[in-house]
Design a protein around this ligand. Structure first.
Ligand code: ZN
Length: 280
């Protein structure tokens, strides 16, 4: 089973890399989750890979995960392991975060609605296999894409692409609250230059969208690892409200998908100009 797909620019490359860590829907045979598949699938950032599929046409590289984030989540720290999931003691460092408290750490303990993901405890070996076969190769692909462009241009801009439920659920820090149409996260100003987040926010607002900054999502492991503005490595997390493009119950795309796709193309075109102006 393939772990990821990388889409290279089809025009002159820009130092612009997108990654979609949560849109994968190839369920490994050994996942054996307890709730029905349609409940587990609510964790997916459905179609985010498709929404940004035109990235190579503007000179960007797109890396997408093909495995489901509920099996192993590339946007979590390797120490964010939930001991309650395991049949044995974890041999590595353990630093469960707020995400693990919510049941959605490196390996998710809960599925949508807070129901248990498994009817059994997982072995340490199983989790280590998931890290070695899925998590590490995904991170290696993102690093490779970023490093290539950074070597070439002396700087790189990274968009870490997600989608979010329209309203906070029991596994979030804002249950019951309606979210903005886009949420941008730079871990409180630490993972990219402030001009980047301002530029993306104003581009989206000009299109008529509501945009929140670091609320409720600040960005997690991917922007934390790759965003080092002092080295001219800029990482920004971008969350799209799923209501803009799908029916959250059935996961079917609705008529808003096409409009959103066009607007994201416009946003990437603008970002391309931004990047050119920073390296020019
Ligand atoms: Zn996501």
């Amino acid at each position: 089973m393939d772990v990821l797909r990388r889409h290279d620019p089809v025009v002159a490359p820009l130092p612009l890399v997108l990654d979609s860590p949560h849109s994968g829907s190839d369920y490994p045979a050994d996942f054996k989750h307890l709730p029905p598949r349609e409940v587990v699938r609510q964790a997916e950032d459905s179609y985010v890979d498709e929404l940004y599929a035109m990235a190579p046409e503007v000179g960007a590289t797109l890396v997408e995960a093909l495995f489901p984030r509920s099996y192993i989540d590339p946007n979590r720290n390797l120490a964010d392991v939930d001991p309650a999931l395991l049949a044995e003691a974890w041999p590595g460092p353990l630093m469960p975060s707020r995400k693990t408290e919510l049941g959605i750490g490196l390996v998710w303990r809960l599925a949508q609605g807070g129901v248990p993901m498994y009817s059994r405890k997982l072995s340490v070996n199983e989790v280590q296999e998931r890290i070695a076969r899925y998590y590490e190769p995904y991170h290696a692909a993102v690093v490779e894409a970023l490093d290539e462009r950074h070597r070439q241009f002396g700087a790189v801009w990274h968009l870490n692409c997600h989608s979010m439920p329209a309203v906070g659920d029991v596994m979030s820090d804002d249950p019951g609250r309606e979210r903005a149409q886009f949420v941008l996260g730079d871990r409180d100003g630490t993972t990219c230059e402030p001009e980047l987040i301002s530029f993306v926010a104003s581009t989206l607002r000009t299109m008529g969208y509501t945009v929140a900054i670091n609320d409720p999502y600040k960005g997690v492991e991917l922007v934390r690892r790759h965003g080092r503005p002092a080295e001219r490595r800029h990482s920004l997390q971008i969350e799209i409200n799923r209501q803009l493009y799908l029916d959250e119950k059935t996961l079917a795309k609705h008529e808003g998908f096409a409009r959103l796709h066009v607007n994201l193309r416009g946003m990437l075109d603008a970002l391309g100009d931004y990047v050119r102006s920073r390296i020019g």
